[in-house]
Design a protein around this ligand. Sequence first.
Ligand code: PBG
Length: 335
Amino acid sequence: MTGRTVDEITGNRRMRRNRRFDWSQRLVRENTLTVDDLIWPIFLIPGENRREDIAAMPGVQRVTPDLAAKQAEEAAELGIPAIATFPNIDIALRDETGSNVLSADNLINEATRAIKKAVPQIGVITDVALDPFTSHGHDGILRDGVIVNDETVAQLAQAAVLQAEAGADMIAPSDMMDGRIGAIRDALNEAGFSDVGIISYATKYASAFYGPYREAIGTQDLLKGDKRSYYIDPANTDEAVRDAALDVEEGADMLMVKPGLPYLDIVWRLKETFGMPTLAYQVSGEYSMIKAAAHNGWLDGERTMMESLLAFKRAGCDGILTYFALEAAKLLRRP
Ligand code: PBG
């Protein structure tokens, strides 16, 4: 029995014609990753001229503010537009309410000043979430087993003003409290910082992919319970859209989806729905998975890294927070 020929089946269309040459592949390429798409998250420790490895994140270190300024210089030289800072606060300074977030001279603010002094042109994005500051590792104030929303929001808004005073260009609250975007907007405006932007971690999921980050900021042994009462259930999509709609309404300048690769459907949907600048956070667990597989020889680390970053662009991302930022920028710079 003879079936139809391939030309009969495809009606003479052959996808491979455009794929035949390097030049034609380049011509029809729909998405590209550039260094302009990268935001580099860096981890901070107090002190001077000190760095520490993070076991679960090979190649990532915690650094003191002076070295953070050096890292920012390196990033700026490579053309990376912005960095995002995350502090590992001295354990003695952590308490029930995360009060150290309200210190003008805390680690995050000290680092912002050092970075802005060394590299004024690089974007500095800071987080107001309380988890690095609380003795229980939650993003808000914990009372009788409940993360209390409104009191936390008031504190976050104050912290945002201090971060703006220290020189932060954009505040990125990752805590998922209700109403925080509007409250932070009001507080910034009242303090004379109407030009300081807000990047909302609009859709932050209660994810297992954050594991290595908790080692990085030292909350892995502190965290009591989980964050399901304030982060989004990984099963939900419509809820994420409603959550993002509130943040857009409250005045967010950009939206962020977190984690990244497992949630590209959310990136796509937010971009389609709101047409806002949309970022994704390729979180610690995503980084560590690729690093671990590459280390074992199971994946080509470089190619997997670049493919994963390109996937964000395809999904509609305008920017990507990624621990690969420096490595990727170096590759993109290679002639
Ligand atoms: C919490 C926060 C998290 C991350 C950054 N800020 C999540 C968490 O610990 O629950 C995760 C980042 C990463 O995994 O890379 N405000």
